[in-house]
Design a protein around this ligand. Structure first.
Ligand SMILES: [Zn+2]
Length: 168
């Protein structure tokens, strides 16, 4: 009997296969240019782009899968929300440690609010920079907040508009 895991095991969409084929054709077309140093570098860059594309898809698939499993566990009441939140926060901080605390500000009158901040400097460091991702269509680095997930992968808002309009 099949179940939803099958979707995960054989997940490549038409759009994904098309992008992969385009990237592979790009690499093949650069094969003859390998004699020159520039040609070899361009080929290497093209191969890297394909690898990044495939890795990005893999990460998206894993993210989707984990989110479905988490929802299933939540529906079954299989875990404690507060516990899970704390565990995940701890693991995420190991993967992406918060920035080092800023140097202490000049002395000033103590307030409970500020003292609370001082007790956890790492959690109150400078605001994080926007997370940049590469648009799979125009290959620009864009703020992740200004992207959408489409059939072609993560694309920037401008590209999504172009897709909506049917612009090649
Ligand atoms: Zn774009």
């Amino acid at each position: 009997m099949s179940n939803f895991f099958d979707l995960f095991l054989d997940p490549r969409t038409y759009g994904e296969r098309r992008v992969e084929r385009d990237l592979q054709q790009g690499i093949a077309s650069l094969a003859s240019a390998q004699a020159s140093e520039t040609g070899a570098l361009r080929r290497e860059a093209a191969e890297m782009r394909l690898e990044v594309f495939q890795l990005e898809k893999q990460v998206m698939r894993l993210t989707a899968m984990v989110s479905v499993l988490a929802q299933a566990l939540g529906k079954a009441g299989a875990y404690d929300e507060a516990w899970a939140r704390e565990e995940l926060t701890t693991l995420l901080q190991k993967i992406d440690p918060p920035p080092a605390p800023a140097p202490p500000p000049p002395a000033r009158a103590a307030t409970p609010y500020r003292d609370a901040h001082a007790a956890h400097p790492a959690q109150h460091a400078a605001a994080p920079l926007p997370k940049l991702v590469e648009c799979t269509r125009c290959h620009q680095q864009v703020d992740a907040a200004h992207t959408v997930f489409s059939e072609q992968g993560v694309v920037c808002d401008a590209c999504q508009r172009a897709i909506d309009l049917g612009t090649p």
